[in-house]
Design a protein around this ligand. Structure first.
Ligand code: ITT
Length: 190
């Protein structure tokens, strides 16, 4: 596979995916002049990933990859989960999402969490899913300015720094998205 449309409006995901898949030309929604938001009404990462990929596949008939992902916090029974993007309300803002999580975890010592990503690939009229998870915990305060989303408050297991403090080259060896992409690459090689 030489070219792949990555069906995301999230610039952070796009940047990571371009670095994770250097051998494939990643075409963004911007590149195909797609400006509409795609509704994600479902309760599972798989269903939301599928609707994003199918919507773009129907419009282009080209190979499409989508990513539905989120932060799952054990003490919050898996929230924000599939609602990660709009957890702090509309219009969406990373800072509002982070503030809401920190408020809900105020005084909570059990701060274990994980990021999950489900990639959906539509290729040669078949649908394939690839999942990745990274464990960690939620920091007491935001740390670092890089990355996107909840990166400033997520500390991956084995590290003291948040994803927003670690270089992207490190995040891209550990992250939920990186692990899912590794499975995608193994599939493409097989
Ligand atoms: P698209 O649907 O257009 O791909 P989105 O941002 O709306 O973009 P999701 O619905 O999958 O994507 O929401 C995922 C949210 O989870 C995202 O907005 C972040 O808040 C959070 N998230 C996912 N991966 C993350 C990561 O690597 N670092 C920080 N936050 C992440």
């Amino acid at each position: 596979m030489k070219k792949l449309i990555f069906a995301t409006n999230n610039k952070g995901k796009l940047k990571e995916m371009q670095l994770l898949l250097p051998s494939i030309e990643i075409i963004s929604l911007n590149d195909i002049n797609w400006t509409e938001e795609i509704d994600e009404p479902f309760d599972t990462f798989h269903e939301n990933a599928l609707i994003k990929a199918v919507t773009i596949f129907k419009a282009t008939q080209l190979p499409v990859l989508s990513d539905d992902s989120g932060l799952c916090i054990h003490a919050l029974h898996g929230a924000p989960g599939v609602h990660s993007a709009y957890y702090g309300g509309h219009p969406r803002a990373d800072q509002k999402n982070i503030n809401k999580v920190l408020e809900e975890l105020n005084g909570v010592t059990q701060r274990e969490a994980y990021f999950k990503a489900v990639l959906c690939l539509i290729w040669e009229d078949q649908v394939h899913y690839f999942e990745g998870v990274v464990d960690g915990h939620i920091a007491d305060n935001p740390m670092g300015v890089d990355g996107f989303g909840y990166d400033p408050i997520f500390i991956p297991t084995g590290y003291k720094e948040s994803f927003a403090q670690l270089p992207l080259a490190i995040k891209n060896t550990l992250s939920h998205r990186a692990q899912a992409v590794n499975k995608l690459l193994a599939f493409l090689k097989s």
